[in-house]
Ligand binder design. Structure first.
Ligand code: PMP
Length: 279
């Protein structure tokens, strides 16, 4: 099993990850998860764009290019013989003796590994736990500092739910590791891409596919009571793709069937994968 360590492909046992790594001390790092379909990474450029944006928002000094990351990605897929799975890639600000104050001279540490694709719930849908969003105010940055997300996911699992849907003082934001969409009357609703959510690569593609198919998409905040009478609801993410929600639990109690718009978008999403992989 091979990993990416300091911009090289090495056996996992030879990794040189340091105890001084700032991602270990402070969660001071950014990351991406990229889906691999049929040995090919999906929407790689979009993921690199977001990785560089996340780094920039954290005033991180980045000394490598997207092209170098792409080469590493293909080399790792080959080394680990990944057919269907995912790449995790992380950029920590650097490794220096523990100090809150960072220097702009730090050398970023790039590490990565491949993972199996998680079991899909796209056919049967999931139950979602509605709870408070207790994260910080820069959820637009994809940092490895994920405690608010981690706590919410555990709470959801303890209530037999597969995802937590978060709200900030009554305004629904997103899932603990996904974006949320509601469908009412053929219109899609989702939180706008502000500092309060991560602008998912899957979210952006689904919005584009939906508009192209003639649906209206309203990117505006909505209160959690709206979850009560949603006709359809689904989450999107790199790993869960387009997964229907059949039940809200916790602060909201509601059930809903898996609707035609969700099914249509699942089909369009599969087609988009096919199209990109055949290029
Ligand atoms: N929001 C959060 C908080 C996430 O962790 C993720 C997945 N990493 C998403 C949304 C979905 O983003 P993407 O579609 O780029 O995977």
């Amino acid at each position: 099993n091979y990993v990416i360590d300091h911009m090289k492909i090495v056996p996992e046992s030879e990794s040189r990850l340091s105890f001084n790594d700032r991602s270990y001390h402070f969660g001071d790092g950014v990351y991406e998860v990229v889906r691999i379909y049929d040995q090919t990474p999906f929407q790689l450029d979009e993921h690199w764009d977001r990785l560089f944006q996340s780094a920039k928002k954290l005033d991180m000094n980045v000394s490598f290019t997207a092209e170098e990351l792409t080469t590493l990605t293909y080399d790792l897929i080959k080394a680990n013989q990944v057919i269907d799975g995912a790449l995790y890639i992380q950029v920590s600000r650097g490794a220096t003796p523990r100090n809150h104050l960072y220097s702009r001279e730090e050398t970023p540490v790039v590490t990565g590994f491949t993972m199996n694709a998680p079991a899909s719930k796209q056919e049967e849908g999931i139950s979602a736990w509605v709870t408070d969003d207790m994260r910080w105010l820069r959820c637009d940055i994809k940092t490895v500092n994920l405690l608010g997300n981690v706590m919410a996911k555990r709470e959801a699992a303890d209530a037999d739910c597969q995802e937590a849907i978060l709200h900030r003082e009554g305004t629904v934001t997103e899932g603990s590791s996904s974006n949320l969409f509601l469908v009412n009357n053929g219109t899609l609703y989702t939180h706008p891409a502000t500092n309060l959510i991560l602008n998912g690569i899957t979210r952006q593609l689904v919005i584009q596919l939906a508009k192209h198919a003639g649906y209206s998409v309203m990117e505006e905040p909505f209160p959690k009571d709206v979850l009560d009478h949603a006709e359809e609801a689904f989450i999107t993410s790199t790993t869960s793709e387009v997964t229907p929600i059949t039940e809200f639990k916790g602060q909201i109690s509601a059930t809903m069937p898996i609707g035609p718009v969700t099914r249509h978008l699942q089909t369009l999403f599969k087609e988009a994968i096919q199209k990109e992989q055949n290029l």
